[in-house]
Design a protein around this ligand. Structure first.
Ligand code: FAD
Ligand code: 2HG
Ligand code: ZN
Length: 486
């Protein structure tokens, strides 16, 4: 039986541990009465051995270890429903888990919650190649979906560095932003329908496949970005977009952040309609890649780098527009060096410079990770302030992010966890962000790690309403407890 003492969250403080809403009971003794799939495929669908449970209990950043003694791997919505209904009846806590690439501790049990892993729910249900609407189970890996729809001339609206492991259900539950947000917008706009198992075990079927559907409250939005606290997403209908045949990526070097901003402004204007990504990284991010993954930027060293991706149907037109834009940027001295990639292997190589920074940082020891959005004029100031505050106490302060969306990823690293460093960053960075009307979590969510900072973005009235909604939908608090709400 789990106790508060078993709580082994490594480096972040929890709210009062006494807050734990109920005692979790071991389920193992009751498995015989449990849904049918347990008997037929026991070893692969009921995970109980402590060695096999390690990956379900540990987050991607390896910053938290839960103590779950049971992970279940359903294959259908009905099985999820049976599991959750059983847990509801027996007051057992459940942690829905997708690809477990989340960065805020939302996907792992905090104590001994039962992990419901969605990894076997990976069936494609239907793809309509005239509307681009893809229906699939929520455990489909994002990259597999992209490859599938690519073959039919489409692209999925979300792309991120974790695409090889993250699942569409996890993307939806975190409302993941990623690298194409500037073109296709958020999953709130691109998820057309959802099927969800509610905390009671009841199935809520909102698998609408019509673009237009104004029939009262649009309930699917409750589950997009609520990080598994209101329901388990089991199926989704996603709007995919016609894939442009011609893609080009430009990687540019800038001498100052002012130049980065001027560059962003001109790129938006000159490449409007073609732009799919507008990203940045600073030289410390590039150093991290070079030192830890032996990946080098494809141009000469600069304090800042901007990555632009454009896509369209006419390569000549793309080339003309890109060349005009880059010529202007060079003439105005906003850009000092740059390279363009149009061939797939080179495009991928250039993208790895941006996509693999998170992985490079992980090798550095302990990471203090911040995912904030700020008005562009304040975007990089916070990094400079943090560098001054942290000085030699940290190995590095690194900044990169989704420039086109005003979303900064600020990361500091130390070899091992240092509470003094943490206290120099938090709550300062959240206060700074909040004062400028930014977001303390632009895309990764609140999870377990940020619950106590929610008030920096939500008023007390909003938090109270969120709590009331949670209490209404999950009166026993069994679904992903300790997450999102303070
Ligand atoms: P998990 O990590 O398993 O879960 C995340 C949350 O969703 C948890 O609260 C979990 O309980 C809940 N959940 C998962 N599946 C379900 C379900 N079916 N039903 C209900 N709840 C569920 N995020 C971005 O937004 N943009 C990025 O660019 C980005 N890049 C990343 C790059 C790397 C290298 C890594 C490691 C992470 C990155 N992330 C990014 C964070 C993360 O990958 C995303 O948040 C992703 O959407 C999580 O998907 P997942 O399947 O791994 O979900
Ligand atoms: C990205 O944009 C991800 O690369 C991860 O959101 C950010 O590691 C991070 O801080
Ligand atoms: Zn990001």
């Amino acid at each position: 039986m789990g106790t508060a003492e078993q709580h082994v969250a490594l480096h972040w403080s929890t709210s009062e541990e006494g807050d734990r809403p109920f005692i979790l009971e071991p389920i193992s003794g009751q498995l015989n009465n449990y849904p049918s799939f347990f008997s037929s495929e026991r070893p692969t669908r009921i995970i109980q051995h402590s060695d096999d449970l390690v990956c379900y209990n540990t987050d991607w950043l390896k910053s938290h270890k839960g103590t779950s003694s049971l992970a279940l791997r359903p294959k259908t919505t009905e099985e999820v429903s049976e599991i959750v209904a059983y847990c509801s009846k027996n007051k057992l806590a459940v942690c829905p888990q997708g690809g477990n690439t989340g960065l805020v501790g939302g996907s792992i049990p905090i104590f001994d919650e039962i992990v419901v892993s969605m990894s076997l729910m990976n069936n494609i249900l239907h793809f309509d190649d005239s509307t681009g609407i893809l229906q699939c189970q929520s455990g489909c890996i994002l990259e597999n979906l992209e490859n599938l729809v690519n073959d039919k001339g489409y692209t999925v609206p979300v792309d991120l560095g974790a695409k090889g492991s993250c699942q569409i259900g996890g993307n939806i539950s975190t409302n993941a932003g990623g690298l194409r947000f500037v073109r296709y917008g958020s999953l709130h706009g691109n998820v057309i329908g959802l099927k969800v198992v509610l905390p009671s075990g009841e199935i809520l079927d909102c698998m609408n496949t019509m673009r237009k559907n104004n029939t009262g409250y649009d309930l699917k939005h409750l589950f997009i970005g609520s990080e598994g606290t209101l329901g388990v997403v089991t199926e989704a209908a996603i709007l995919c977009y016609p894939k442009n045949s011609e893609t080009a990526v430009a990687f540019l070097g800038c001498n100052s952040f002012g130049d980065v901003l001027s560059c962003a402004k001109i790129v938006r204007q000159k490449l409007s309609g073609l732009l799919t990504s507008l990203e940045m990284l600073d030289n410390q991010a590039a150093d991290t890649l070079r030192d830890n993954l032996k990946i080098n930027v494809p141009i000469s060293e600069h304090p800042f780098y901007v990555l632009i991706e454009i896509s369209g149907s006419d390569s000549e037109y793309n080339e003309k527009k890109l060349n005009e834009c880059l010529t202007l940027l060079m003439e105005k001295n906003h850009v000092n060096d740059g390279t363009i990639a149009t061939e797939l292997s080179r495009i991928k190589a250039v993208w790895s410079v941006r996509e693999r920074i998170t992985e490079a940082l992980l090798q550095e020891g302990y990471g203090y990770k911040y995912d904030i959005s700020l008005p562009l004029n304040d975007f990089y100031k916070v990094v400079e302030i943090m560098r001054e505050r942290l000085d030699k106490r940290v190995t590095r302060c690194v900044a990169y992010g989704h420039l086109g969306d005003g979303n900064l990823h600020f990361n500091a690293t130390t070899r091992t966890f240092d509470p003094e460093v943490l206290s120099l960053i938090e709550p300062f960075i959240y206060e700074y962000t909040s004062k400028r009307n930014g977001s303390i979590s632009a895309e990764h969510g609140i999870g377990y790690k940020k619950t106590k900072y929610l008030h920096f973005n939500k008023t007390q009235t909003a938090i109270n309403l969120m709590k009331s909604m949670k209490a209404l939908m999950d009166p026993q608090g069994i679904l992903n407890p300790y997450k999102v709400l303070p």
